[in-house]
Each structure stands twice: as C-alpha cells, then as structure tokens.
Design a binder for this molecule. Structure first.
Ligand code: URP
Ligand code: ZN
Ligand code: ZN
Length: 459
C-alpha cells in the first residue's frame, strides 16, 4: 500500500522545500518537489502545511514507582498523548530500585510497552553497580539498549555512589553506550531540605530553594569530572539553568563529550508557578525545580546556539488529588514531575517558532533529529529521507486552540498549562506508514508501536 503526502512544506533539520513524500508500507520510498505516485496510492493533501519527521521525546516516565506512589500513565494513555502531540517515538527511563534485579526490571518495563501506539525504547537505569549489574548491563546492551541512566540525586532510592558512577561510566565507555544523568548534589539537597523544614518552610514554594541552581551545577560538574576521567560520553537530562550550562561549557573546553537536554517546562513556566496559593504550586514541583523566570532567555539562547541539543519533557504524571497532595505540610513528599508528553511539541512551536525565538530547523533538530542521532536511531528516525521509517507529522500552522485537562489524552487530573493558547498542531501523524492521528485526534491502533533496537555508537 502506497501513500503520498502531497504539496507540503517539508522541513527537516537540514532541508526546507515544498514537495511530496511517497511512503511504501512502513518506509519512505521517495521525496522531491514532485513525486509521481502509483495509481492506487492514497493521497494526503498537505498544501499550506508543514511536513516534519516524527518527533522524539528522549526522556519520559510512564511506569514509575516513585516517592511512595506510581506515575499515572500507561503506555496506552501516554502513547496516545504523545501521538496527538506529534511525538512518534518515546524513550522511557527504565528505573529499577536499588534492590531490584536489573534484568527482571528490564523485562518488566519492556512488557509494559506492548500496547504502545507509538515506537519506544529505553535508557536503562543503573541504581546499583556490582558484578550482577555489570553482566545485566552487557546483556541489555546486546538486546538493543544503547544508553544508560544514572541519578546523582534521590538519596537512598535510585542514586549511585561515586564508585558505582565510575564503574558505570567505565563500562559505558567500553561498550560505546551514552550515559544520561540526573545531576544534582544529593547531600546538599538533603541538608537544605532539613534546614528549610526545621524553619517551618513546608509549602511547595520551598522546593526550589531546597535545590537551587548551584546544587544542579555541582551535580553537572561532578558528572563532567567522571566523564573526563573515564572518557565516557554523557548527556545531562533536564538542565534548568545557566549555572549548569556553564559547567558543561567548561567541560567542553576540556574535551569532555557531553550533551545537554532541557525540558519544555523550564522554557515556558517558572518558579512563581510553584508559589501559587492553596497548594496549587504542587502541580509545578519537579526536580531540578522550575527556576527564576530570568533563566528562560538563557535557555532559549542555548537552544538557539545548540549548546542545548534536545528538548524533552521528563513527563512524570501524578494526579493533584491523592498524589501531589501527599506532600501537603511537607514539600519533600510531593511526587516530583510535570505531565507534558502531549504538549511538548506544540508548546515548543508556539513559544519557540511562532514567537520568533527559534527557527524551524532548530525546532525539528531539538525535538527530533538530535535525539535520533545521539541515541542510535538516525536515520531510521529523525529524518525524512528515502529508507527512513515513515514517521511523519503533517502540521497545521494556522490552527489555534487552548490546552485543557478536560480533553487531554494523558491520564492525569490537571494540566500545568490549563487554558494556554496554542498556535499550530499536529494534524495527521503517521508511525511507520500507519496513520495514527487524524484531525488532531487519535484514530489509530494501540499495539502498533514497536520496541526499537539500537546499536552503540559512543566509543
Ligand atoms: O521531577 C522529576 N524530574 N520527576 C521524574 C524523575 C526524574 O528525576 O527524572
Ligand atoms: Zn531526573
Ligand atoms: Zn526523568
């Protein structure tokens, strides 16, 4: 079965022209200013629309036992949400507890993906490093997982100690895996939390002061030192501030192979949201925290200059009722996370492209192509090219609407962006040639998503 996406403005990270994309089965077979389709081809008219490669969210949590509860989404809800937002590939953090068997954990997370409507893969979390963990990492890498995740935060839960960090990075270097890392100094967090609580500062507005920019920069500096001495390639997840970016820049000057991710909440919301009255601020508690609004121009500039490679979400959905509320009277007990897998691309387009902060090429690169390149998916994903998977987003730049929890696919009882106006939306979305979204609504098939095997590339 052939399908022709006709007459759209095809925009990738390195090309921009009006033309046609021909899809045969699951792959793109031809593209150009005019492509003659086979007689029986189905036509999608893309005149006046953008045609983008499917977007990739390289940092989400779907199954996540965390802070005494579980993240709300399943692959059914999260993949539908991702798709209506234009995201066709998810990279989930597989986050075993320290006491878990890593192979069993990997199997558990893998099984959760079976009902996914979009493609997916994992960063394998390393929360303990010993002989058993080492052989598990080797096996999981052989099974197509080309990236790891470490936490330099969350004392006693996921965090690794320095010996384990050194061993993990050394093994990653040997195997060519890239190590993604949550960078905050966990001792400083614990001490600052204790001090604030002792002073009676218990509301969500105290979350940011308990993990100020210097705490994050210290975590990044720490990771950079270990990357420098092991030669491992590292990727700082959810980078929120100029202080942390400066630590990466300093490491770049020393020859460290380091890449930077920010996440959409840092670009569009700030710490004043966590100060909202009546505990509303809890909806905006994530780690590292939302920062002073003056950090936002720094982040946009770093995105434009490409010091920031990717814009992810760190989607971590917890209901306000019953979950965020666990932290009433003690901000350290508020489950961390802001649900946004559905909103990332639309918000980046609205506040980035439409607002004139970034150009279209940067938008596609940061929301799709860079993640594909860094995580061993390119050019299968992140490209519109002959031979690439036919993951395609037909984007309507003229659409205007508002975000509301009432009509979202994410299985969570609020939206951090309630009532916000959006400019543009994913109108039609294809995953490996199959139309999964039409008219901005999910019309596709759960279970169509595939686990993506990846080869190591970071030697
Ligand atoms: O607040 C956050 N970031 N929640 C999810 C877990 C993590 O740290 O990535
Ligand atoms: Zn994190
Ligand atoms: Zn995360």
């Amino acid at each position: 079965m052939s399908l022709l996406i006709q007459g759209g403005r095809i925009v990738t990270a390195d090309a921009d022209f009006i033309g046609d994309v021909l899809i045969d089965g699951e792959t793109i077979s031809a593209l150009g200013p005019q492509v003659a389709p086979p007689a029986d081809a189905e036509i999608i008219d893309a005149a006046g629309k953008f045609v983008f490669p499917g977007f990739i969210d390289p940092h989400v949590h779907i199954y996540l036992p965390f802070m005494g509860t579980f993240a709300k989404d399943t692959y059914e809800s999260a993949s539908r949400a991702a798709l209506v937002g234009g995201t066709t590939t998810l990279i989930e953090m597989c986050c075993p507890a320290r006491s878990d068997d890593p192979l069993e954990a990997f199997e558990l997370w893998l099984g959760k993906g079976e009902r996914s409507a979009c493609d997916y893969t994992f960063h394998m979390g390393v929360s303990r490093f010993d002989g058993g963990a080492e052989s598990a990492i080797r096996e999981i890498a052989n099974r197509g997982v080309a990236s790891l995740k470490v936490f330099l935060a969350y004392k006693g839960a996921f965090g690794v100690d320095d010996g384990e960090l050194f061993a993990t990075l050394s093994l990653a270097k040997e195997l060519g895996l890239i190590v993604t890392a949550h960078c905050e100094n966990e001792t400083l967090v614990a001490e600052l939390q204790k001090r604030l609580l002792a002073e009676g500062k218990t509301g969500p507005e105290w979350h940011e002061p308990s993990r100020p920019p210097r705490v994050e920069a210290e975590g990044v500096h720490h990771l950079m030192t270990f990357a420098e001495l092991t030669g491992a390639h590292v990727y700082c997840v959810h980078t929120s501030c100029g202080e942390a970016l400066a630590a990466v820049q300093a490491a770049h000057l020393r020859g460290v192979n380091a890449w930077v991710e920010t996440v959409i909440p840092y670009l569009v919301v700030d710490k004043s949201y966590a100060e909202l009255p009546d505990f509303e601020g809890a909806k905006y508690v994530m780690s590292p925290p939302l920062r002073d609004v003056r950090q936002q121009p720094t982040l946009w500039n770093a995105l434009r200059s490409r010091l920031i490679s990717t814009v992810a979400t760190d989607h971590a959905p917890f209901d306000f009722a019953g979950q965020k509320e666990m932290g009433r009277g003690d901000f350290t007990q508020i489950p961390n996370g802001i649900p946004s897998v559905e909103n990332r691309v639309t918000l980046l387009y609205t506040h980035g492209v439409a607002a004139g902060r970034i150009d279209l090429a940067t938008f596609v690169d940061a929301a799709s192509t860079q993640a594909a390149k860094l995580f061993g998916l390119y050019p299968r994903k992140g490209a519109i090219a002959a031979g690439s998977d036919a993951d395609v987003v037909v984007w309507d730049p003229d659409y205007r609407g508002r975000i509301s929890a009432a009509d979202q696919e994410m299985d969570v009882d609020y939206s951090a962006f309630e009532g916000w106006e959006i400019a543009g939306r994913a109108e039609t979305v294809l995953v490996r040639g199959k139309v999964q979204v039409q008219g901005g609504k999910f019309t596709g098939e759960l279970g169509h998503g595939q686990f993506l095997r990846r080869e190591p590339t970071h030697f």
